[in-house]
Ligand binder design. Structure first.
Ligand SMILES: [Zn+2]
Length: 329
């Protein structure tokens, strides 16, 4: 499942590529993957009559102003429904101004969601074929594939494909004045790379769960947003703390080390464009390079890069945690 660095990689790439592109058409192949309004998207999704047509009608003609991220959610801000040109405002200001009628698309990739952005240049380079999972044995797949569920075409001829093998991902169309009602947005804890992520707040949030195992506590989005199985393992390796340690046994100095490594590891992972494990691929179909820098995640049975001891794994709350029994205490 993509975590903060993978989603940030997609956001950075799409923000550059989609800025000011106008939507020409929207094709939805799996109606349950799109929704209008702020309600929680349940796993048993009912599709309302006419929803797909309404979804595409609302989007056609809109421009994408920016692509942002909150936790693992992507937010595409769209141009207002009826732009009202102002003589006073410069063109730049007019673009930034949001009205209560403006729409945003909230997109969640869940387990296996992918965005591929294809323009003429990329199409010529790839022939429209991509290796959609991170394995050199994986076949080349022509887009749109059977796992492409939503296709956005832009007026300049470029295309955005939303693929999802498991179909847990979604695109939710929300008006600006409904954003406060989006439950997943209000439930997320602090963004680890923002100024709001201060040591005192992290310390208090973790210490509230004295019986919790530290790996599980780090993966709780209310404590810190965007950390999952990969980066909780890596952060704990760098902080030299075993993933199954109870919070009550962790010294303040160790917790301080975890806090510092959250930012260090996530920043490094964004720089490497994420970890291509499973289905994560970049928006041009290439893979993130962070996997090369993993010390423990996905390395059980291999030797520790620091001390040579064999990396072990264990089940923690239904997830597999990997660690070095010598480097981590
Ligand atoms: Zn080691």
């Amino acid at each position: 499942m993509p975590e903060l660095p993978e989603v940030q990689t997609i956001v950075n790439e799409l923000n550059k590529k989609l800025k000011n592109k106008a939507i020409k058409s929207v094709f939805v192949n799996a109606p349950k993957m799109v929704q209008i309004g702020p309600d929680v998207v349940s796993n048993v999704r009912k599709v309302k009559n006419g929803q797909v047509k309404k979804f595409s009608d609302l989007l056609i003609g809109k421009k994408i102003l920016s692509v942002k991220r909150r936790a693992k959610l992507l937010i595409f801000d769209l141009s207002p429904t009826s732009p009202q040109p102002s003589h006073k405002a410069s063109a730049g200001n007019a673009r930034l101004r949001r009205t209560s009628g403006s729409l945003s698309i909230l997109a969640h990739l869940k387990m296996t969601g992918q965005f591929i952005f294809e323009d003429k240049k990329l199409r010529q380079k790839t022939g429209g074929k991509y290796r959609l999972i991170n394995s050199s044995n994986a076949p080349l797949v022509q887009l749109p594939s059977k796992h492409t569920h939503v296709i956005f075409k832009f007026t300049d001829g470029s295309t955005l494909y939303f693929n999802d093998v498991r179909k847990f991902g979604y695109l939710k169309l929300v008006r600006d004045n409904e954003i406060d009602q989006v439950r997943e947005l209000s439930e997320y804890g602090p963004e680890p790379l923002n100024k709001e992520f201060i040591w005192g707040r992290f310390f208090t949030a973790v210490k509230k769960r004295p019986k919790g195992k530290i790996k599980q506590v780090l993966m709780d989005p209310k404590v810190v947003a965007g950390i999952g199985n990969i980066y909780s393992d890596e952060i704990l390796f760098h902080a030299k703390v075993r993933p199954d340690r109870k919070v009550s046994s962790i010294k303040n100095q160790e917790l301080r080390g975890i806090y510092q490594n959250i930012q260090k590891v996530l920043k490094q992972a964004i720089k490497a464009k994420g970890s291509s494990v499973g289905d994560f691929i970049r928006t041009d179909g290439s893979w993130g390079q962070m996997g090369k820098f993993h010390f423990v995640y996905g390395r059980a049975g291999e030797k520790c890069k620091v001390c040579g001891t064999v990396i072990q794994s264990m089940k923690i709350g239904g997830r597999t945690g990997s660690f070095c029994p010598k480097c981590q205490k």
